[in-house]
Design a protein around this ligand. Structure first.
Ligand code: SAM
Ligand code: DTB
Ligand code: SF4
Length: 315
């Protein structure tokens, strides 16, 4: 049975289990629902970088912070397809297109829909992350064949107010709900390491696990340090075992969701990533860039997966 009624107290009790018991429980749930030797792969491309009107305190792309990121206009279809071909050749299953927008403009929708159609025709799953969507925009993307939409809640409802002021957690949840009801699969998770308390991480996961339906995939990002941002001043390093506990809790609360170990892997040892896989993470971003920050090289990830006797899901 899939529960959507977790309380913070219950989740906290699971989170605080002795480490071996927590991992055992996460493994039980993981093995009931997934092949524990298989890791999903997604590849990211920034189709519109920088100059974003939102003030998210962690982000290199907000126009509010002077982060040195070069602002671009929406990428042309051909360039997106070139990036998708590279992703396909490197074995990625899913191609995720991200834009630094509060929301797309209606005049961009035809171009975005062509991207979805053409990328899909290449045999890749499609994902977009474009900010808030109106019902009409969701319908267009759905009709174009969009498989997933990424829209993160990023942190706990309480801490969210400290992180962004130009939008609210309720705004985020409204788009997530509209996307879910349209039938597009939901990718929704958050970031650790923005100076939040452990209880904020638990509360973020409980917020996701008490949605009417769990997100199909849950990205867990470790904050990639961006200079000159408000979060840089409040960020605290995340203890590696605390990361593993968060991943295990995500796995236990959302048994059938794919948990993606997302941003922040460049600073993680292979041993830590392996612990995250044992705790139930079963997806990663592949390719040496995320949106504006780095990611391990494909050969490094392949070497790690080989050493663990695991495999990437076939593209
Ligand atoms: N503008 C859209 C939005 O906010 O939904 C899409 C792009 S936005 C960059 C996608 C997600 O990337 C954010 O919700 C956040 O979770 C993650 N992100 C942004 N900057 C990050 C950073 N420095 N470290 C880790 N994750 C980050
Ligand atoms: C998600 O949860 N992580 C990805 C994807 N969804 C869009 C983005 C990570 C961005 C890391 C910071 C950067 O590269 O700018
Ligand atoms: Fe803009 Fe998204 Fe970055 Fe927020 S997270 S500043 S909405 S690109």
């Amino acid at each position: 049975m899939i529960r959507t009624d977790w309380s913070i107290e219950e989740a906290q009790a699971v989170h605080d289990l002795p480490f071996p018991d927590l991992i055992h429980r996460a493994q039980e749930v993981h093995r009931r629902n997934f092949d524990p030797t298989v890791i999903e792969t997604a590849s990211l491309v920034s189709i519109k970088t920088g100059g974003c009107p939102e003030d998210c305190g962690y982000c290199s792309q907000s126009a509010y912070h002077d982060t040195g990121v070069k602002v671009t206009k929406l990428m042309d279809l051909d360039e997106v397809l070139k990036a998708a071909r590279r992703a396909k050749a490197s074995g990625a299953q899913r191609f995720c297109m991200g834009a630094a927008w509060r929301n797309p403009k209606d005049r961009d929708m035809d171009k975005l829909c062509s991207m979805v159609k053409r990328v899909r025709e290449m045999g890749l799953e499609t994902c977009m992350t474009l900010g808030m969507l109106s019902p009409g925009q969701i319908e267009k993307l759905r009709a174009a064949g969009l498989d997933f939409y990424n829209h993160n809640i990023d942190t706990s409802p309480d801490y969210y107010r400290e992180i962004a002021t130009t939008r609210t957690m309720d705004d985020r949840l409204e788009t997530v709900d509209r996307v879910r009801r349209s039938g597009i699969k939901v990718c929704c998770g958050g970031i650790l390491g923005m100076g939040e308390e452990v209880v904020d991480r638990i509360s973020m996961l409980v917020t996701l696990a008490t949605l009417p339906t769990h997100p199909d995939s849950v990205p867990i990002n470790l904050w990639n340090e961006i200079g000159n941002t408000p979060v840089q001043k409040r960020a605290k390093p995340v203890d590696p075992f605390a990361l593993v506990r968060t991943v295990a809790l995500a796995r236990i609360l959302m048994p059938q969701s794919v948990v993606r170990l997302s941003a922040g892997r460049t600073g993680m040892s292979e041993e830590l990533q392996a612990l995250c896989f044992l705790a139930g993470a079963n997806s990663i971003f592949v390719g040496d860039v995320l949106l504006t920050t780095g990611n391990p090289a494909a050969w490094q990830d392949q070497q790690m997966i080989d050493k663990l006797g695991m495999r990437f899901a076939p593209a």
